[in-house]
Design a protein around this ligand. Structure first.
Ligand code: XMP
Ligand code: MG
Length: 183
């Protein structure tokens, strides 16, 4: 996709890369304090959380293992179906681990509440959530999210890992996708 085409597909930039990186530093410092002396495991949710995991994990002061889970609840549309499928499970046994789930965005909350329930039976010592973005007005279920980067309006956004039909993920900023792209 050409740069001019990308420009016409986006409306407002909601969060810049610079703002994201500053926020990640802040949250990483808090996480380092909260998990001092604990066996922390970062669990990223593919594929959306790839960028946030890369930058967040490197903002942490110490070495931390990471694992990945791939689930899908979306298909090619812009609304969560609530039906979650595991496409790739964890490689790590969660027993005796303090798990921090790293997510790109909480929209309806359906995916995360399903994940939290799924993880609850795996013997972790604790399970918390860090979501870079959250849409408070889209919540269908309440998800207990310990760390949140930015609350954003209820609009479909792309960039910094977030995609529409697998496009726009590698854009540096988070921007609103113009409705003409998906309607
Ligand atoms: P739910 O609704 O279950 O959604 O909280 C979670 C997953 O849906 C994707 N999602 C989005 N992806 N722009 C995107 O590119 C968005 O505005 C958006 N809202 C939700 C995302 O994968 C998230 O993990
Ligand atoms: Mg996701």
């Amino acid at each position: 996709m050409r740069a001019a085409e990308i420009q016409s597909d986006l409306t407002t930039v909601l969060v810049t890369e610079e703002e994201i990186l500053a926020k990640l530093e802040e949250i990483a410092a808090q996480v380092a304090v909260d998990y001092a002396g604990k066996d922390l495991l970062l669990v990223g949710v593919l594929k959306g959380a790839v960028m946030v995991m890369a930058d967040f994990s490197r903002a942490l002061p110490s070495s931390v293992p990471m694992d990945w889970m791939a689930v899908s609840s979306y298909g090619a549309g812009t609304k969560s179906s609530g039906v979650v499928q595991i496409r790739k499970d964890l490689d790590t046994d969660l027993h005796d681990k303090h798990v921090l789930i790293v997510e790109d965005i909480i929209d309806s909350g359906l995916t995360l509440s399903w994940l939290l329930e799924n993880f609850a039976s795996r013997g972790a010592l604790s399970i918390e959530v860090f979501a870079l973005l959250r849409k408070p007005d889209a919540a269908k279920v309440q998800v207990d999210c310990r760390y949140v980067g930015f609350d954003i309006p209820n609009e479909f956004v792309v960039g910094y890992g977030l995609d529409y039909a697998d496009e726009y993920r590698n854009l540096r900023d988070v921007a609103v996708l113009a409705p003409h792209v998906y309607s």
